[in-house]
Design a protein around this ligand. Sequence first.
Ligand SMILES: NC(=O)c1ccc[n+]([C@@H]2O[C@H](COP(=O)([O-])OP(=O)(O)OC[C@H]3O[C@@H](n4cnc5c(N)ncnc54)[C@H](O)[C@@H]3O)[C@@H](O)[C@H]2O)c1
Length: 347
Amino acid sequence: MIGAGHDVVVIDNLHNSSVEALHRVAELCQLSPCRHAVDQDGVHQAWETATGDRLLRFINGDIRSPEALDGAFRASGGGDVAAVLHFAGLKAVGDSIQEPLSYWHVNVEGTRCLLEAMRRHGCRTIVFSSTAALYGCPQELPIPESACVQPANPYGQTKAAVERMLADTAASEPGWRMARLRYFNPVGAHPSGRIGEDPNGVPSNLFPLITQVAMGLRSHVQIFGSDWPTPDGTGIRDFIHVMDLAEGHRQALDLLLTTDEQILTLNLGSGQGHSVLEMIEAFERINGAPVAYEFAPRRPGDVAESVADSTAAQQLLGWSTTRNLEDICRDGWAWRQQNRHGYRSRR
Ligand SMILES: NC(=O)c1ccc[n+]([C@@H]2O[C@H](COP(=O)([O-])OP(=O)(O)OC[C@H]3O[C@@H](n4cnc5c(N)ncnc54)[C@H](O)[C@@H]3O)[C@@H](O)[C@H]2O)c1
């Protein structure tokens, strides 16, 4: 977004992230730390261009806190906030089964607080991170946006509830412009190797596990289920490079900002399904790095196959993926090789 000419204010409670990631974003966008913007712990909170015409600001706050949200809206440098990109949330399917109330609190109550704050500050444009998880076990493949919303786990339920909340809010008063972007399986990393996925604790997603095993940080990848009704018995997913996903956001935002009120509901996926075993084999082949794996029983809340029909995003945004499995494996491995311990690695 900074590259597209927007100032950006980030609010995040660092539950699953690191301020170092923002240092890296600033570096890639050629922003320098603002000397006056350092908090009590010495954490940098703002970066700007040499001419001061472009700003990135960080607020360490929880989206369930109205005060923190008000602070984020006021931190935009005096101007109105044009739009919110709403990524904040909890996303591990297994955890959501163990701790559903946390998921409802952060994902649903957090979004309600955010929408209230947007109304207080006169901002009515939002791009929301939704998920293919709300389709559950799909009746048809590839999955169109018109497919039944029938999540197979609490995580998907919370995202479905937020989609409903957004639609109800848009229907209640004029002026809302919303994009509900249903991501399939985002993987890979920025091609510079400077920004990538660095979850706290044991990753719940396949790709960071693969890179950690290839790096020798973990002994093996656990593949949940070898008996799915798929050609090789492992689950099939639609893996999408994060750079393609980012471009989908930019294009959705451009459309919202240049059109009248509306709600876009769009799948963002490649339309190509690859099994978990295929992904591991592709990673090994492309990077020459072995990845040990073991089979484990199916995980509750998982589905056999999930592949996007992204025709609507193609037609409305002119968007489609341009990166393939090779780009995903190469960029994801470059990130891990350059950052053995993620953002805790030395700069
Ligand atoms: N990665 C995926 O496979 C995937 C797939 C579909 C949808 N999504 C959705 O996309 C969004 C981003 O996913 P991601 O993979 O980057 O996950 P992530 O965990 O890296 O990002 C979520 C961010 O939200 C922050 N956060 C959590 N609770 C918060 C709170 N109460 N207040 C403020 N910040 C909070 C975390 O610190 C983290 O930086 C999520 O909403 C997720 O549900 C992700």
